[in-house]
Design a protein around this ligand. Structure first.
Ligand SMILES: [Fe+2]
Length: 385
């Protein structure tokens, strides 16, 4: 059996790698880029910094900064019009997961038309959109190296998973400098997301020797550094490790899959507007406890790679330590429960059956080592309360 591996054509990794943007554009033969980002990146001066790097090479870029967190069908419309009407030959996606995911959807819709719903899973979107150069500013969603985007259909509160070669950026500039001023909350949420990508890729039914090697490397980088970046955001070596770990975790799950945590996390985000990494964090200990009996050796390896168990620990001890360490990690990173986040109990319980259906429909729970029924998904959601 063989595995198809899909990656960006170019990755520039390390300090100041975003300054390589003009070279990367030249390599791709692109001269007319559109920067797609959000208001915060403009406010922090990151978009302007890219524009000045470009202008030193006699290149200019327009900026579209109206992307929203957790993008919706409506929120990307203006971007589609801008990209379609501006005759751009490339898109520079600058920001966290939301601007990059928005840019991926815009790049396809601007070139091929139609509705976002037409492109949702299980359709494989292999047509090429406007080429994307992704510059992540969080560590992170891994979106810079994945063939996925997530766009919410606001009419049904469904987070639509869209997959295919068309959503893979052609280049990724992975510059940890851009994460040094991230607030602690975003640092924790995006870091837990990256850790979840690595764990889920490793326990996934679609795991393969290539994704395993990326996932284990990611866990070894993320495990010892997640708490460090949360407590001291200016720790450069910890930020560098998290950025690389996040990218490797993205490569791992893009070439395997995510699983039950992500399947159950998207409905929480869509219904209650909980940031993606935070809803993953709420779910991770309970979903791990549910799944562990079906893949104890795999979860034990995760515990060892993350530094949550000793290399010499038995699988049983490593499994026990993993659940305990994930629970303690949530406490240390101040991850709220759904109730503490402000979700109303009645509302939460009322939509559980619908959320379970949406989780199953996304396909991700089917990749979990233990595949749950709708009732079992409802039961796990209940345990979060
Ligand atoms: Fe994620």
């Amino acid at each position: 059996m063989s595995t198809q591996v899909v990656l960006p054509r170019t990755m520039q990794i390390g300090e100041h790698s975003s300054h390589a943007l003009p070279d990367v554009l030249a390599t791709l033969g692109c001269t007319r880029p559109l920067i797609i980002t959000d208001g915060m990146m403009v406010k922090l001066g990151y978009a302007e910094r890219l524009q000045s790097v470009l202008s030193e090479h006699n290149l200019s870029a327009d900026v579209f900064s109206d992307t929203l967190p957790e993008p919706t069908v409506a929120s990307i419309q203006a971007g589609v019009s801008t990209a379609r009407d501006g005759n751009y030959d490339s898109i520079i996606a600058l920001g966290g997961g939301s601007p990059i995911d928005s840019a991926k959807a815009i790049a396809i819709l601007a070139r091929h038309g139609g509705e976002m719903r037409d492109y949702k899973f299980p359709r494989q979107v292999d047509e090429q959109g406007i080429p994307i150069i992704a510059i992540p500013t969080t560590a992170g969603t891994g979106s810079e190296v994945t063939r996925f985007t997530i766009i919410t259909d606001e009419t049904t509160d469904e987070k639509m998973l869209c997959a295919g070669l068309g959503f893979m950026p052609v280049a990724a500039l992975i510059d940890y400098d851009l994460t040094l001023s991230l607030p602690a909350r975003t640092t924790a949420d995006t870091g837990i997301d990256a850790m979840t990508h690595a764990i889920e890729a490793y326990v996934s039914k679609k795991a393969n020797p290539y994704s395993d090697s990326q996932a284990l490397s990611a866990m070894r980088l993320i495990g010892p550094n997640l708490r460090r970046v949360y407590h001291s955001g200016e720790d450069k070596s910890a930020r560098e490790a998290m950025m690389l770990g996040s990218t490797l975790a993205g490569i791992a799950f893009s070439n395997a899959s995510v699983a039950l945590v992500h399947g159950m996390s998207r409905p929480i985000g869509a219904h209650f507007h909980v940031p993606h990494g935070l809803s993953n964090a709420m779910l991770l200990p309970e979903v791990t406890a549910f799944s562990l009996p079906s893949a104890p050796e795999r979860y034990a390896e995760c515990a060892r790679a993350l530094g949550m168990a000793e290399v010499t620990d038995s699988d049983e001890v490593a499994n026990h330590n993993l659940i305990e360490a994930l629970t303690l990690l949530n406490q240390e990173l101040n991850v709220p429960t759904p109730e503490q986040y402000g979700i109303k109990r009645q509302h939460f319980f009322d939509v559980l059956p619908q959320m379970a259906e949406q989780a199953l429909a996304s396909g991700s729970p089917g990749n979990n080592p233990r595949v749950p029924s709708a009732d079992e998904i409802v039961e796990i959601y209940r345990r979060l309360w």
